[in-house]
Structure formats: C-alpha cells, structure tokens
Design a protein around this ligand. Structure first.
Ligand SMILES: Nc1nc2c(c(=O)[nH]1)N[C@H]1C(S)=C(S)[C@@H](COP(=O)(O)O)O[C@H]1N2
Ligand SMILES: [Mo]
Length: 411
C-alpha cells in the first residue's frame, strides 16, 4: 500500500523549507531535559490538586459524574496547613515556567511534524498518532491552565474535567515519548560534535545565516521562563513577594486588616446589604435537626483562631489570621453523626463555587472554622461577611463565602 507519493508536496514537507541553523539534536535534547524535570512535577502536583478537591464528594464534582479515571487512593493531607498552597503553587509556577521551554522545544522539532510520507507502516502511523496526542495534549493542558489563571473558571463546568482528562492523555503520551526518546536525548547530550544533516533530520539541509546564537536562544527562553516563575512564586508565596507578581490577576481589594487579595468580590457575587444585615441567619442542619444562629449568637460560641492560607487552584495564595467557630462544634450542636461530611451553601447563587463539600477529616479538624473575623476585625463583605469556611490544606474553592447554610450528612 502506498497512500502517499514519493516526493513531498512543496512547502513544509520538504526538508529545505526549514532553514534555521540553530536546530539540532543537542538543542532539542537540552530543552527536552528541562521538560523532563518540569513535567513530572507539574503532573504530580496537578493530580494531587484533583485529589485535594475531593470530586468524589457530590457537592464538589461541578456537575460531572465520576469516570473510571477518578481514582483516589488517599485523602489529601491537612498538615502543614499550607500543603495545598505549596503543591498548587508548584503546579502553576513550574507550569508557567515550563511554557516558554515547551514552545522552544516544539519549535526545535517542528520539521519532524512534517515528515513525508506521513507514515509508511502501521507502526509509524501509531507513532504519529502518539505524537499528535503529545503535542495536542501538551498545548491543550498549558493553554487551558494559563487561561484559567486569568479568567478564573471562564470555562466553568468545562475546565475541571477537561483539564483533568486532558492530563491523562498528555501524561500517557509523555511517558511513551520519554521511553522512546530517552536514549536519543542521552546520546545527543553526550556528543559535543555538531551532527550533519545526513545524521540528524533536525539539522537543516540548506541552513540560512544565523540571526542569533544557540546560546542566545537558550538564554532568552531561560530568562522568559525564570521571569514567569518569579511572578508565579510571588503569587503563590504572597506577602512581600507578591510585588513580584506583575501579572497577578487577583488584586488587593479593601484596606487595613481586610486588605488582601480577593478572587470574587461581593459585587461580582451580587450580594446585597440586606442579605447580610441584621436579618442574616445561619442555618445548620443534620438529619432532620436544624438550628438557626444570628451572627451575635455565633460570636458568643467558643471562638478559635489560626493562621491559614486561602490557596486557589490558580496558584495564588494568601495567609491570614482567621477567627471563628469550629465546624466540629457546630456539628456537635446539631448532633451530626461522627464521620459526617459538611456541605456549605452560599447566599450567592451566580457562581460556580457557591458551595462545596468537606470530607469527614476536614470537618473534624480543630482548625477548620466557620470564620467570622480576620486579623482581629470582622470579615469585610468582599472576604465573605457574615461568615466563610476556612481550613487547613483546603483548596480555595472549598472556602465558601457568604455562608447561609451548613448541612452535615451522615457517614
Ligand atoms: N460563595 C462563593 N464562595 C467562594 C467562591 C465563589 O465563587 N463563591 N470562590 C472560591 C474560590 S475559587 C476561592 S479561591 C476563594 C477565594 O477567596 P477570596 O474571593 O476571598 O479571595 O473563595 C472561594 N469561595
Ligand atoms: Mo479558587
């Protein structure tokens, strides 16, 4: 069977089309090595993030039904309380830093994507498909991830499952690719000699004059990567380092003790002063039992305070001192069964994260609070007044603001 003609069509399928003298196995291998370090960190922290979100609990699945790939063999840890800020900070920071390297790597091998004939044997066809999954998967993961940082859940129901299942495709294709290419990479890194166009299909057959050196190219990619990582780290670590986050999409809103980053403002959530005024009540329920609290009644319960981060999936984080009632204490008041989950419902109803379910371990943790105060003053409306959920190791999406109702459900 010969589905393709012997000679390639004019254009990118001809080797002479690709003229940069910078391309070569060594450049590709160096960029590949950098990705070989970065991608496993990004992948592992990404899968951890999915586990941290507990999508197996109904209230967290953002509308999707769980599939066979939703395997969770462990509960996400809660100590240290910044564990999720760390894993997700790494995911986003290293992901941002890896993006220029990925683009440079794709550029360095782009002639390979246009080989002629596209495939001659079934094995070659299979290899092309795996390459398409690798390149497509990588671009899809990076582009959706980066867009999500800027447009927090722009895709709403789409982002979480798409980024998650895309990650499986990308990870599988990446593992195959590494297994196939590791020897080539090692060989290329071991040989100092420039290879000829006959020896490597990455080398141009009719090279143009160089407009920059390979060193300049690597330096530029490295500097871009470093800059993105510094800005990512500024967001992830917060505090004074936040100044580094020159692309930070989350601004400070408010001043004084409430002057720290806000993802979703009260205005965006369409919270009205009447909803959170004197007539606001918290409804706590377990089984058929229901108790109602005013904010004053909540403030008269034992209050506890802890330094805890809000750590968003978008990679930014901010640690503040929160004070409020332990969820555990509220569970006791309504006689929730031990091992109960807790679902928070917000006054806001126009967002994707106007509620979330916490797992039993998170509910029982001393440090998981229905926060009423922050840094010694009442929460500002933008930070979730009258009450918000906060706890150790929780992804930001679990820290429901403007809470109206807490529902404990038996084990
Ligand atoms: N009611 C409500 N609470 C919410 C959200 C929301 O959209 N609605 N967003 C969550 C997300 S994704 C994060 S990261 C944190 C951010 O807290 P902040 O908006 O105070 O910065 O709030 C969480 N609480
Ligand atoms: Mo978030």
């Amino acid at each position: 069977m010969r589905p393709f003609g012997e000679s390639p069509p004019p254009g990118p399928f001809r080797r002479e089309f690709w003229r940069s003298p910078l391309r070569g196995p060594r450049l590709t291998a160096l960029l590949g090595l950098a990705l070989l370090v970065a991608v496993p960190i990004i992948a592992v922290t990404g899968f951890l993030s999915n586990a941290a979100y507990y999508p197996r609990l109904g209230g967290n699945a953002t509308g999707r039904t769980l599939g066979p790939l939703d395997v969770y063999l462990f509960s996400f840890p809660r100590s240290p309380s910044w564990v999720y800020a760390l894993t997700q900070g790494l995911h986003v920071t290293i992901g941002l830093g890896a993006f220029p390297i990925l683009l440079a790597k794709l550029w360095s091998v782009v002639p390979r994507l246009f080989v002629w004939p596209p495939f001659a044997t079934a094995t070659e066809a299979l290899e092309r498909v795996s390459l398409a999954l690798l390149v497509g998967g990588a671009l899809f993961e990076f582009v959706t991830g980066i867009l999500n940082i800027q447009y927090a859940y722009l895709f709403h129901f789409f982002f979480t499952p798409a980024h998650y299942y895309g990650a499986w495709v990308f990870t599988a294709a990446f593992l195959c690719h590494v297994a196939l290419k590791l020897p080539t990479m090692r060989r290329a890194l071991a040989t100092r000699r420039e290879l000829s166009a006959q020896e490597s299909s990455l080398v141009a057959v009719a090279p143009a004059t160089a407009t920059m050196s390979r060193r300049t190219l690597l330096g530029t990619v490295g500097a871009g990567s470093l800059l993105l990582m510094l800005q990512g780290a500024g967001q992830a670590v917060g505090g004074p380092l936040r100044r580094l986050a020159f692309l930070a999409p989350r601004d400070h809103v408010g001043a004084g003790p409430n002057g720290f980053a806000v993802n979703r403002t009260a205005a965006a959530a369409a919270i009205t002063p009447q909803q959170v005024g004197e007539r606001w009540r918290l409804v706590v329920s377990a089984g058929g039992r229901t108790r109602t609290f005013s904010r004053r009644q909540l403030l008269s319960l034992p209050l506890h305070s802890y330094d805890l981060p809000i750590a968003c999936v978008e990679g930014w984080s901010t640690t503040q001192r929160w004070a409020g009632v332990r969820l555990r204490d509220l569970a006791t008041i309504v006689r929730a069964p031990s091992g109960a989950t807790m679902t928070a419902h917000s006054l806001a109803t126009n967002g994707v994260f106007d509620g979330a379910t916490l797992a039993p371990g998170q509910v029982d943790d001393d440090r998981t609070l229905l926060a009423l105060m922050v840094n010694g003053v009442p929460l500002s409306l933008d930070h979730g007044f009258p009450a918000r959920v906060i706890g150790p190791g929780l992804p930001g999406v679990h820290c429901t603001k403007w809470v109206a109702r807490l529902e404990f459900e038996g084990a």
